[in-house]
Design a binder for this molecule. Structure first.
Ligand SMILES: C[S@@+](CC[C@H](N)C(=O)[O-])C[C@H]1O[C@@H](n2cnc3c(N)ncnc32)[C@H](O)[C@@H]1O
Length: 225
């Protein structure tokens, strides 16, 4: 998808597809209204190729919509759970990739994220829609968003859990400093839609956000002990 097509879709069409009055929970999974919205986006833009960070209900919805789907997932168990109930014809269009989360350094800030293998980067580059709904702890998804903006140059990017202030903050920062069209809805867990980047990517974060990443990392490590 061309960045200008994604930008005008984000600005002109998306606000009419999302309702801030919908507050489904869904636990770990994307709630009904978010699934309906993503299905509508796929239909209206005629998208065929999806990459998702995480897997589950969203995987089934994208496959039902007729897309080819790559899911990057850290949990073998969860991938098996996602595979249950998929039809052979859907399994043929699904590329599950299991890779462990590891500590990744980005500009002096630590993230629990992926270092994708070249063929996974290839799938990300070919995607027309990227859903970022993992790692399970949403503040860590900033690195997944950077990977998507770096590599998925023809994709509409969607981040879930944007009602969490940290998530909203890094989505807004990366979109603003790269002059990318963005739309955020408070529907369900909060979805943030960002247009793809076509020039050099500004990945910088200010001191406040740098310290926030470290704070989250230290809290997370304390709970993991
Ligand atoms: C927010 S979930 C991804 C949800 C997915 N996009 C969906 O719509 O179902 C992020 C990750 O949490 C893990 N996960 C999903 N459901 C879980 C559950 N019920 N309990 C524990 N972990 C879960 C999986 O590793 C998944 O990729």
């Amino acid at each position: 998808m061309r960045p200008d097509v994604a930008s005008s879709f984000i600005i002109e069409t998306l606000p009419g597809l999302c309702s801030d009055q919908e507050h489904g929970d869904g636990g770990f999974a994307l709630p009904d209204a978010s699934i309906r919205c993503l299905r509508e986006v796929i239909d209206r833009l005629g998208l065929k190729n999806v990459f998702e960070f995480g897997s589950g209900r969203s995987t089934r919805a994208f496959l039902e919509a007729g897309c080819a789907v790559t899911s990057l997932e850290h949990s073998e168990t969860w991938l098996a759970e996602t595979a249950r109930g998929l039809r052979p014809e859907e399994l043929a269009r699904w590329r599950p990739v299991c890779a462990p989360l590891r500590q990744i350094w980005h500009k002096g800030a630590p993230f629990s994220s992926w270092r994708p293998a070249p063929d996974t980067v290839g799938s990300l580059s070919a995607a027309e829609l990227v859903l970022i709904d993992s790692p399970p702890l949403p503040p860590s998804r900033e690195h997944a968003l950077i990977l998507a903006l770096r590599h998925a140059r023809g994709a509409l990017i969607v981040v879930d859990d944007a009602n969490i202030p940290t998530v909203r903050r890094y989505c807004t920062r990366l979109a603003r400093q790269n002059h990318l069209a963005m739309f955020q809805t408070r529907m369900d867990h909060g979805l943030c839609f960002i247009a793809p980047q076509f020039g050099a990517l500004n990945e910088a974060r200010g001191l406040g956000d740098f310290l926030r990443v470290w704070r989250f990392f230290l809290i997370q490590r304390r709970f993991q002990r």
